[in-house]
Design a binder for this molecule. Structure first.
Ligand code: CTP
Length: 435
């Protein structure tokens, strides 16, 4: 076992930037590796973000030797739950306080032909880092051995962090793993970096050769989701469009000016909605996806969802939205404006993500109607239930739904506010008449 470092001691930086419980865990991982006679390193995004002074407690540990053995010992030492994946020599540790740590055996990965499943074998840290996507992700920190908490930098990761550049390690990187096209854009835009000149040429050539088409639907969906879940999804979309990536996700996603305006409005709508902390959470990335497919005919929007293997519920929302928004303007744009109960009936059943996109594409008046629905009337229910109607002497049957909806409408419109008023209304409207 030999350890190569740059002699740059980063203990001070770790102590300064990393929460104490994470530091303790890293030290314990070092001791566990010592006990097994192996070398352990913190690797990847955690190290990159540490040097960028960005908070990231998502630690990946790579072990030269057997990651599972170190993980088991560490789990015992710190009282963590261990979820091993024997097959890959990796394990996830979950501590009682919820902190997680990924431990893996350092491994070499090679491809027998482009886009083939990789062949994986245990190997050195250097090999492990060489198989990674970009130089900025190849930095490591020793956790044990003669010089713990020293930076390991085989591939000029520090230089590229300083130069704020995303660079691949070798010419075949995008061909071997086309998903890296998305990752390059994501890191570039997230950190305000630049994709290096040669790397950009390799990326463009991989895209032009149709590499995006080789990405399996689930994987493609995950990459798109990561892009849209970033803090600034518009930057991601703009760069994806610029580099022709979206067109290769689906030809209909070439992008145009209208689509762009919608995304900008959506950003404002999301910024309004999220701080409200309503009990209806939205999947923000999915709002942006809906907005991206919004200009498309229903059939093409559906095809985009299929191409990225959207989970069933979301695919349903996407397809339903294509239908729903057609009928809506008639109700929402009406003059004089519809009553709150009519808005309720029109919007009921629409997913919150769809409602936000609808807001983004609507006039200010309609936006107010939808925001009133989302924040005030959505979820309003009558105080009365079926039992109450029976107690009032009504015959149970399908008519109950109609009655309760009528009661709810009046609540939504502010005409009824108490249960007594509801009872009086039901008596007057349904009992007086049936007598
Ligand atoms: N990786 C890779 N190729 C991929 C995906 C991941 O080489 N297609 C490598 C990267 O070097 C990365 C590591 O695997 O550092 C872990 O992946 P992930 O957790 O996705 O990366 P992070 O860098 O932690 O990204 P994020 O900050 O978005 O979590």
């Amino acid at each position: 076992m030999h350890v190569i470092t740059t002699k740059k001691n980063v203990k001070g930086l770790v102590v300064e930037r990393v929460p104490t419980e994470v530091l303790r865990l890293l030290e314990a991982a070092g001791r566990a590796a010592d006990a097994e006679g192996m070398a352990a390193y913190a690797v990847g995004g955690f190290v990159r973000d540490l040097l960028l002074r960005i908070e990231n407690t998502d630690v990946d540990v790579a072990v030269e030797g057997d990651g599972l053995k170190v993980a088991r010992r560490l789990a015992e030492m710190v009282g963590a739950r261990l979820r091993p994946h024997d097959q890959f020599g990796t394990a996830v540790l979950v501590l009682p306080d919820g902190l997680r740590l990924d431990v893996a055996t350092a491994r070499v990965e090679y491809y027998e032909y482009p886009a083939a499943p990789p062949v994986v074998e245990p190997s050195s840290l250097k090999d492990d880092l060489f198989r990674r996507d970009f130089t900025i992700n190849t930095l490591a920190i020793t956790l044990n051995g003669p010089e713990p908490f020293h930076l390991v930098d085989f591939f000029e990761g520090q230089r590229d962090l300083k130069e704020r550049t995303v660079r691949v390690l070798h010419d075949m990187s995008f061909v071997e793993d086309p998903a890296r096209v998305f990752r390059a854009i994501r890191f570039e835009q997230r950190f305000d970096f630049t994709i290096g000149r040669e790397t950009l040429a390799l990326l463009k050539s991989a895209v032009a050769q149709g590499c995006i088409g080789q990405i399996a639907p689930l994987r493609l969906g995950a990459e798109l989701r990561y892009m849209l879940a970033e803090r600034e999804p518009l930057k991601m979309v703009r760069r994806m469009a610029e580099l022709d990536v979206l067109r290769f996700v689906h030809p209909a996603l070439a992008g145009d000016g209208d689509g762009w305006r919608l995304l900008q409005h959506l950003k404002d709508v999301v910024a309004w909605y999220e701080p409200l902390y309503l009990d209806v959470p939205v999947e923000r990335w999915f709002c942006y996806l809906l907005a991206l497919v919004d200009p498309l005919p229903a059939e093409e929007a559906r095809a985009v969802g299929m191409r990225i293997a959207l989970p069933g519920r979301l695919q349903q929302v996407l397809e339903a939205f294509g239908q729903q928004r057609r009928g809506l303007p008639a109700v929402l744009d009406r003059r004089p404006p519809p009553r709150p109960s009519e808005v309720y009936r029109a919007l009921e059943g629409m997913a919150p993500e769809a409602l936000l996109v609808l807001m983004a594409r609507s006039s200010e008046d309609v936006r107010h109607l939808i925001s009133h629905y989302l924040t005030v009337t959505r979820g309003v229910e009558p105080a009365l239930g079926g039992e109450d109607l029976i107690a009032l002497g009504l015959e149970p049957g399908p008519r109950f739904t109609e009655i309760l909806e009528a009661v709810r409408d009046r609540r939504v419109d502010g005409e009824l506010t108490t249960k007594d008023q509801e009872i009086a209304f039901v008596r007057e409207t349904y009992l007086a008449r049936s007598r």
